[in-house]
Ligand binder design. Structure first.
Ligand SMILES: Cc1cc2nc3c(=O)[nH]c(=O)nc-3n(C[C@H](O)[C@H](O)[C@H](O)COP(=O)(O)OP(=O)(O)OC[C@H]3O[C@@H](n4cnc5c(N)ncnc54)[C@H](O)[C@@H]3O)c2cc1C
Length: 543
């Protein structure tokens, strides 16, 4: 591809960047920007969604994330934008309807970031659900979404679609569609839209405690290692969108514990070991839970598990040896000739679901997955829910804050994402599918991303769809503080390339030096930090 193939269509002179964390904190220490309309704590999809809806209404809004944006659950989900078949099966039509509508909306607003994919739900002989029960559920599912996509597929069809699939215990499958997303890029795109509308979002900025006066929450206190006096920020509305961590801040105003952290883990294997283009769902032979095998960024993923997570939430979640064995046995049961082994695994990831829990004796998979909003002494806490419904969750949160806010500015469109000024063909006629991917992830900035990089940086890296131009862009504009931000969240190269992406370290060192001014020592320290994170939390389980 040459620069000549990239048409400079945009009129935006300089692309927007995330605020510089250091400059913003320096200003705050100097007494500026200490008062806001809304402070959102937590930089996952829930916090990002609230920020987006708040700025649309003209509020001065600040988001604070203790680690990197999307570092929590929102970079570690199964990455499905779905209506939730199991909500429907459980009779929760309202939740299914909301989720399906949001799915269709996201598909329309952000193609290339959210894309439709076919699911094949296998029908085990003598197992529930059978063909007719599942077809009936899927007919309702499609009806609510306003599409007609479900159909029955026999074993011969399945064997063609999934090479090596054992079918003698199956009675075919029911096919239907849902969608996939890159969860971390979804968070970044929503944050980027919010910043475009005037918001400020800071990563690596922890709220150490709430500011409480006369028994009312009126702001936050920041953990600020560069200052002797704690930085206090004030706002009439403080939103605790800290997901699995939500009880912690909430417990300063209400001792109730409501979040039940449930861990789900995934394995990433090279595509050549199991090249799939659709999602295969089958029931695990030991407990009959649904396990997915699906394509992701040029690799194949097996997931997920659903277990109580009793570990310290400040330590990143990681897969256990038992979960790994469980997922490998699910795979080998369906693909016995493959005999997948731990040594085949490229990487792993685990996330903690912030489930609004009942008692621990309840089967984790039977817990409801919707969100809850609580208002305590001026603190609004939100937890639970899913990626799919983040916009609706944000609207519920703002509704709870309404009486403390000035009148909202009128707005004409409720779209989450602004429409790019060019289409995929105009961006890159030689590869419109890849161009669409860039437009979905970066919106209008896709054009700048390509023009700000050299031709060689447009080449895809290995079997992935990522390129070095995206790395340069992230380093320049997306608040990268550490190498792990770049390899695990801005891109997923650390999970898709062997050994956490060591092969591209030389090119990344050049980029980090040029864009962030890292010295040799800093680069070495970042590599060492990254490798210890990768080995401990994204590789094979520790024994
Ligand atoms: C295994 C798994 C699979 C899933 N699959 C799907 C799926 O396929 N589809 C779907 O729709 N949903 C899925 N979900 C659910 C979805 O991922 C979550 O509901 C969603 O990501 C939660 O987002 P959140 O913003 O509420 O929490 P998080 O993303 O965890 O964000 C909370 C943030 O708050 C920060 N924080 C905590 N304390 C502080 C503090 N004191 N100061 C500043 N920041 C703080 C944390 O660092 C964290 O980044 C899945 C979840 C899991 C675990």
């Amino acid at each position: 591809m040459t620069d000549a193939s990239i048409k400079p269509l945009t009129t935006e002179p300089t692309p927007r960047s995330f605020s510089s964390r250091r400059d913003t904190l320096k200003k705050m220490r100097g007494g500026e920007d200490l008062e806001w309309d809304i402070i959102v704590i937590g930089g996952g999809i829930t916090g990002a969604g609230v920020l987006r809806e708040a700025t649309r209404r003209g509020y001065r809004a600040l988001l604070l994330e203790q680690n990197d944006f999307s570092w929590g659950t929102s970079s570690r989900s199964s990455k499905m934008i779905h209506g939730g078949l199991r909500y429907l099966a459980a009779g929760d039509i309202a939740l299914t309807k909301q989720s399906l509508r949001e799915r269709e909306r996201l598909l329309q607003e952000a193609p290339g970031l959210v894309d439709r994919i076919t699911f094949y739900f296998t029908l085990g002989k003598g197992l529930f659900p059978g063909r007719f029960a599942l077809s009936a559920i899927l007919a309702i599912y499609d009806f609510i979404a306003g599409i007609r996509d479900h159909r029955y597929r026999n074993n011969r069809f399945l064997a063609d679609r999934f090479a090596g699939l054992k079918t003698d215990h199956l009675k075919g499958a029911c096919a239907y569609s849902d969608a996939m997303v890159d969860d971390s890029r979804l968070v970044l795109r929503v944050l980027d839209e919010s910043i475009g509308a005037g918001a400020t979002a800071l990563n690596y900025t922890k709220v150490s405690q709430l500011l409480i006066e006369n028994n009312r929450v009126c702001g936050v206190v920041l953990d600020d290692p560069d200052s002797e006096t704690a930085l206090q920020l004030r706002a009439p509305v403080v939103i605790n969108a800290t997901g699995a961590w939500a009880d912690r801040l909430r417990n300063s105003v209400n001792p109730e514990k409501r979040v039940r952290p449930l861990r789900g883990s995934h394995l990433v294997i090279p595509r050549h070991l199991m090249p799939v283009d659709d999602v295969l769902t089958s029931l695990h032979p030991s407990d009959k839970r649904g396990v997915y095998i699906y394509p992701w960024e040029g690799a194949t993923v097996i997931g997920t598990t659903d277990l109580d997570h009793d570990e310290d939430l400040d330590i990143e979640a990681s897969i256990s040896a038992q979960e790994m064995a469980y997922l490998i046995s699910a795979f080998n049961h369906q693909f016995p000739q493959q005999q997948l082994q731990a040594s085949d695994v490229l990487s792993t990831w685990a996330g903690v679901r912030p489930v609004i829990g009942s008692e621990k004796s309840k089967d984790p998979s039977k817990e409801r997955r919707d969100h809850a909003v609580w208002s305590d002494n001026g603190l609004i806490t939100v937890s639970g829910g899913k990626l799919t419904t983040f916009r609706l969750i944000a609207l519920d949160v703002l509704a709870a804050a309404l009486d403390k806010l000035p009148r909202a500015k009128p707005f004409s469109s409720d779209s989450i994402f602004s429409t790019p000024e060019c289409n995929a063909d105009q961006l890159l006629a030689t590869d419109p599918a890849w161009a669409q991917r860039l437009l979905g992830r970066y919106g209008n900035a896709a054009i700048h991303l390509l023009t700000q990089a050299s031709d060689d940086e447009h080449q895809r890296i290995g079997e992935t769809d990522f390129c070095l131009a995206e790395c340069r862009w992230a380093l320049r504009h997306e608040a990268v503080e550490h190498l792990d931000d770049l390899l695990l969240r801005r891109t997923r190269l650390g999970m898709l390339l062997a050994d956490g992406g060591e092969i591209i370290f030389p090119q990344l060192e050049t980029l980090c030096t040029a864009e962030l001014g890292w010295s040799n020592e800093q680069w070495t320290a970042e590599v060492s930090r990254y490798q210890s994170i990768w080995r401990r939390y994204y590789s094979l389980p520790h024994q």
